[in-house]
Design a protein around this ligand. Sequence first.
Ligand code: NAP
Length: 296
Amino acid sequence: MTTFLISGGRGLVGKSLSQMLRRQGHKVYKLTRYPKRKGHIQWNPEKQFIDDKYLHEVDVIINLAGANIGERKWSDKRKIELINSRVNSINFLRSSVAKMPNLNYYISASGINCYGYNMHTEKLESDDYGDDFLSKLVQEWEHASNSFQDVCPVAILRIAMVVDKKGGALQKIMKTVRLGLGSPLGSGQQYLPWIHIKDLCRMFVYCIEHKKEGVYNAANGYVSNKEFMRTLSKKMKRPFFFPAIPRSILSLFLGEMSTMLTESLKVSNEKIKNTGFEFFHLNFDSAIAEIVQKES
Ligand SMILES: NC(=O)c1ccc[n+]([C@@H]2O[C@H](COP(=O)([O-])OP(=O)(O)OC[C@H]3O[C@@H](n4cnc5c(N)ncnc54)[C@H](OP(=O)(O)O)[C@@H]3O)[C@@H](O)[C@H]2O)c1
């Protein structure tokens, strides 16, 4: 049995991942600012506070903490929050490792939107960071995580849009499709990398079990926005002829955040596959079919 400490463990990914780990017989503590039940450990990175009662048990840290990127418009103040909630949390966690004598592995979430947009080739982990806000955020986030290299092996998963009906972007999109309002965004030609929640959790477990180090793109694949909406509408048995929502409208309502939806990104998942990892869902159709099937 391994003892895990998951920062941000009460969020979308943390919920599924902790279930998977507990089913495998492991012990999971979740670091949260708002503890509600047994197994929750309170911390507040902003105030440099952590309840250290159980930290001596921790073997592995999984870092998922960070203010939600898609929750609201990126004002200058929000941009600072998005960065600080990640970088300062990791730095604070790093400063607490003396209380974790058994710590032997650290793995962190990061974002796939770190290469810039609109290139025709698939982005590899060895490619440079882009120049936009998210690329800079990811660079700082990953740099902070790499400070754990002095202590133990470090892995970083650059996560694509998580396909899960329990939350995140897909849940919001499904609400619009359910109303019969499914339509492409912008030109609809732009590619969007995605990962099914089950495959993401399997990838975390795989990296932990095999003590993988370094950065990995965490994406089953990528799909054009039009295909995304068409597939979802079809599986949900809802119409798909609503006119495309123009880029200018998205930009008006979402500001700079709209780039996540309107710009194109293709990524390679060969690096993790070459180590022997196999994705369960081989295409978007199968991933969405499973999600919609579970709904009905
Ligand atoms: N879901 C996706 O599609 C996706 C895609 C790419 C990358 N990611 C990244 O993967 C990680 C996990 O994603 P998720 O979807 O599970 O995120 P989530 O549901 O938004 O959960 C993130 C958790 O971070 C904690 N948090 C928020 N603000 C914080 C702050 N200021 N200081 C410390 N902790 C804070 C919260 O925990 P408490 O409120 O309990 O403290 C929250 O439960 C995130 O870093 C996210 O950016 C997610």
